[in-house]
Design a protein around this ligand. Sequence first.
Ligand code: RP5
Length: 199
Amino acid sequence: DSVSTLIDRLHDEASQDRPAEETPDIGIVMGSDSDLEVMLTGGRRRGAYDALVDELGFGEQTDFENPPDERFTFETYVTSAHRTPHLMSAYAETAEDRGLEVIIAGAGGKSADLPNMTASIAYPLPVIGVPVQEKSVDSVIGMPTGAPMTAVDAGKSFNAALSAAQILARKHESVRDRLVAYHDALEENVGDVSRRLHD
Ligand code: RP5
């Protein structure tokens, strides 16, 4: 079936010794396809896709065999802690060996367990949790002592992507440069708005 095919593929990719340029750097996982909008395009605001693709020039990796031209890439998986627990485990377990440097994990509802479980299994790989809705916040941030996971506020997948890029920037100068350029433009924009109000 499709879940076991995906699990086999993840293990297969983890066993290959691919150069870093060919593997995704950031993994985005979410509990349901109903989370796609908040996770990628942010609903009313902007999401992780906008931050990574539009602001930081990342490429989206949809096919492991044909990596995109961009040096830094991300991939997206839908995998539920409750409906596909084995796929969630396989994703988290193989993440480091598949070349990922950080995972962004989002879930909604009151039992938003995907980020927490992913963080526990993927450890020591960092995971940034995104509560997809307000009511998911407690579930996502409530990790026990000794089981770390960073989280952003409800729906803030855009910020999760910037935080993920900050982790990459410790090792990759060009990601650092892009983050600085993004911030400079942000500052400029606020300045322009403020100046217009006083013109
Ligand atoms: C969570 O339950 C998912 O992350 C989603 O936000 C929520 C509802 O999922 P669907 O019933 O819309 O698939 O596990």
